[in-house]
Design a protein around this ligand. Sequence first.
Ligand SMILES: Nc1nc2c(ncn2[C@@H]2O[C@H](COP(=O)(O)OP(=O)(O)OP(=O)(O)O)[C@@H](O)[C@H]2O)c(=O)[nH]1
Ligand SMILES: [Mg+2]
Length: 419
Amino acid sequence: MVVGVVLGGGDRDLATEHLEELALLADTDGMEVVGSLMQARSRAEPATLLGRGKVAELAELAQKERVQWLLFDEELTPTQQKNLEKQAKVQVMDRTGLILDIFAMRARTKEAKTQVELAQLEYMLPRLTGLWTHFSRQKGGIGLRGGEGESQLEIDRRIVKTRIAALKRELAQISKQHDIRKQSHGGFFRVALVGYTNAGKSSLLNSLTRAGVLAENRLFATLDATTRLWALSEGRQALLTDTVGFIRKLPHQLVASFRSTLSEAAEADLLLHVVDLSHPAWPEQIDETRRVLTEIGAGDVPEIVVFNKVDRAEAQAALEGALADEPGALAVSAATGINLQALREVVEAQIAGPPREELLALDAARPEAVSLIYRRARVVSHEQVDGVVHMKVQGSPGELASLVATLRELGALLAERPA
Ligand SMILES: Nc1nc2c(ncn2[C@@H]2O[C@H](COP(=O)(O)OP(=O)(O)OP(=O)(O)O)[C@@H](O)[C@H]2O)c(=O)[nH]1
Ligand SMILES: [Mg+2]
């Protein structure tokens, strides 16, 4: 059963929409939603979020409907969660816990699995109390004899902390290997597909590059970044990367542990921000996506909004207003191919783009890098101070991006910033 709380005269329609999304998350996690309940309160009850009467009502409903989980859209403190479980006599999880569970279920690669486990343990650590027995049950061996006393708790905490440290080391190792792999992007212009979960990012990657990645009507179908070569006109190519989708209240533990996967967006030359225009909450989904992009350091990467699923009637109805709201946006359908050629052209124009200027600092002991710059961009100024060559260069965004990438690969670049 899904439960929502509207606090202090908040927007009820919005809360209903969030509750519907929570039900969709539950479905993705393999649960069957048997009912939903919404309560308006002036403020949260510190101990139980809801009032005593409402909790009793929930307990009764849960028993009648043989509910196994109460899912709260509101974030619960560890204490609230414990108290609710005790009083409603049924397991309680909040949106964060549910999202973590889905990620755990969907993780396939070693990296994704490590990232999810880290996020789960970070989430679990403050919730490890005598009453929170899921962990002891899961790991079997920990609770040796019944007593869930103070010392047992401390042992559990220590085990979790040790594991967290080990996972962090493992991830650091994996991300080092990533860095090596990333350097070999060969100076290609890099485009990343970003957006709310289920917007159609993987479908677009498939339609544009015949990638054959999994696309389905489930939340978080994609947990790993997939990169494919994207053939543009006149034999030119760019790299197109599919990324993990975002959602409202994406757990900060996940954002932190998925940093290396999410960095694909921060390091791209261009973001295609895919939006499901047939979804009633598309404006909020745009805001949420931009919020996460800022959080992961991708806020400054140029973005093209791509309204997807325009083959659907709901999207058609919203189209005119949406295009007026988001100047520069494009409406496409990954499913039917509408406007995909136009999307290609817009990206090509972006690669060619109006000329930009960059300031580059290079090691003066690398003259071959300096001459490379003269061959690949227009040099506006050039001076040398204390063994460092400072150059101001001009070129299209695509040219500059691939030039900078090449200089990095050569190990000759000391610093770089827009002029
Ligand atoms: N009608 C229609 N459906 C589409 C279109 N593009 C994608 N879909 C459907 O939308 C659902 C989600 O598509 P995905 O490509 O998996 O979405 P995603 O953004 O990769 O989602 P996550 O990986 O979960 O973040 C699938 O059922 C697709 O078939 C489209 O242009 N039109
Ligand atoms: Mg996907």
